[in-house]
Design a protein around this ligand. Structure first.
Ligand SMILES: C[S@@+](CC[C@H](N)C(=O)[O-])C[C@H]1O[C@@H](n2cnc3c(N)ncnc32)[C@H](O)[C@@H]1O
Ligand code: SF4
Length: 429
């Protein structure tokens, strides 16, 4: 039995027992719990709460029956508002302990509906020969096994309701042992399921897929090898996947395997906030680094500024250019392919002078870009981050070496019930 002192960055309760730190899954600060250790090291232990003797006021009953087993969520036992507050603390702690910086203003957190928010997901599939049945779902915690889940609360209800019919479908296919994954990509007008198939389908399989698509109103794509092999299968006349940014009168077509933000409702608010902080004006020249399909670049152009989007994936550069055309913005939006993890001052200078910059890197952050910023670098930088640790590291360099102030920072609850912290920060010279 022990008392939980705090919450760590992965949403685990932290306690100290005889000088040892114990990280306890499923336990909240202030609670008295019994626990069972599954990993023992000389200085710490990892454990799971087995009995909550004194519950926290933040505790709620997890909505999903698979919570605790499925590795998809780690915070459903905590009230949604308290989750956001905990993430805000993670952001502030990281900024201070890693970057030695404090934001002049903490922005109000951006959050939206806590359930049914995932419009993109990669679901694993496994035929269990012994039981002659198929599992379709996310991996169990700390395991390569697939959770035996019948529904999922973070997927939109219509998609969650497809998990069991999908099991039944795969069970009937001749290639049921050669279909390891289904990728879900949801758009405004169509729901796409991309089946990863290791062997070709036979005629009967094809007929089963068509019947499923008609019945459940989805479009199947097939992927036989790498991402280049993703092709629509049925129906071929379905509308194209897209999402919209109504504040900017923008429509964004995309292919099912192209990067898009997982939570389209929060993405709209995130884009609005990023653009408000950046405040693009006609006549300004603005860089959008790690621009993807132009999620921020096109709203910047819509505000009248000239934007240069830089992106590592050639296909996303093409997609961004095409999306600029679709939205009548190609005169003000240009896209360049470059590896921003290998850039330096010379590489960045070749892109020309920028008044302002938006950076939205993958979790590794943007160390090389930040290092490459010159004396006459942008006056204002808006940094969108999926990792508070790398944001804090980069913020430290911006503030202590490059002459910027951290004007504001705040969390964006893009992934409710997970410990994942998305955030946004504003830097100014
Ligand atoms: C977090 S996503 C952001 C995309 C876009 N801003 C959006 O909101 O949809 C990060 C992007 O960085 C790109 N990327 C990853 N590594 C890169 C690299 N080394 N150089 C340039 N871009 C890279 C990815 O392809 C992806 O589009
Ligand atoms: S990811 Fe879905 S199935 Fe897994 S715990 Fe979260 S809500 Fe439940």
């Amino acid at each position: 039995m022990t008392i939980i002192e705090s919450l760590d960055h992965e949403g685990r309760g932290v306690a100290h027992v005889e000088g040892k730190t114990i990280f306890i899954e499923g336990a909240l600060p202030g609670e008295t719990v019994e626990y069972s250790t599954f990993k023992k090291k000389p200085s710490y232990e990892q454990a799971t709460a087995t009995k909550i003797l004194k519950p926290s006021f933040m505790r709620v009953t997890p909505r999903c029956p698979s919570f605790g087993l499925c590795g998809g969520c780690s915070m459903q036992h905590m009230e949604a508002g308290a989750q956001v507050a905990a993430k805000q603390r993670v952001l502030e702690d990281n900024l201070w302990h890693i970057g030695k910086v404090k934001a002049e203003e903490m922005l109000a957190a951006i959050y939206g509906p806590p359930w049914g928010y995932r419009h993109r997901a990669r679901v694993s599939v496994k035929y269990v020969r012994k039981k002659e049945r198929v599992l379709v779902g996310f991996h169990e915690k700390r395991s390569s096994f697939i959770a035996d889940m019948e529904s999922c609360e973070v997927l939109p209800p219509r998609i969650s309701a497809l998990l069991m019919p999908l099991r039944a479908l795969v069970e009937q296919l001749s290639i049921r042992e050669r279909l390891p994954q289904v990728e879900v990509a949801l758009g405004q007008d169509v729901d796409v399921l991309v089946l990863r198939i290791m062997d070709p389908l036979n005629e009967q399989d094809e007929a089963l897929l068509r019947a499923f698509a008609d019945r459940h109103r989805v479009q199947f794509f097939l992927q036989s090898k790498g991402p280049d092999t993703v092709q629509p299968f049925y129906p071929l006349d379905a509308p194209e996947l897209n999402y919209t940014l109504p504040d900017f009168d923008i429509v964004m077509p995309f292919r099912p395997t192209e990067f898009t933000q997982v939570n389209p409702d929060i993405n709209r608010v995130l884009v609005r906030r990023a653009i408000n902080l950046l405040d693009p004006k006609p006549g300004e020249r603005i860089a959008d680094l790690f621009c993807g399909l132009g999620n921020f670049s096109l709203p910047i152009a819509r505000r009248g500024a000239d934007v240069v989007g830089v992106e590592g994936s050639a296909s996303l550069v093409q997609r961004a250019q095409a999306n600029a055309e679709v939205n009548g913005l190609s005169a003000r939006a240009r896209f360049v392919e470059a590896n921003l993890f290998e850039t330096d001052a010379v590489g960045l200078k070749k892109l020309g002078h920028f008044d302002k910059m938006l950076i939205d890197p993958p979790c590794d952050g943007a160390a090389e870009v930040i290092k490459a910023l010159a004396e006459d670098g942008p006056q204002r930088i808006v940094y969108v981050s999926c990792s508070p640790a790398t944001l804090a590291r980069d913020a430290g360099v911006l503030v202590h070496e490059k002459g910027y102030r951290l004007k504001a920072a705040g969390v964006v609850n893009m992934f409710p019930h997970t410990a994942h912290v998305e955030s946004i920060a504003l830097f100014e010279k």
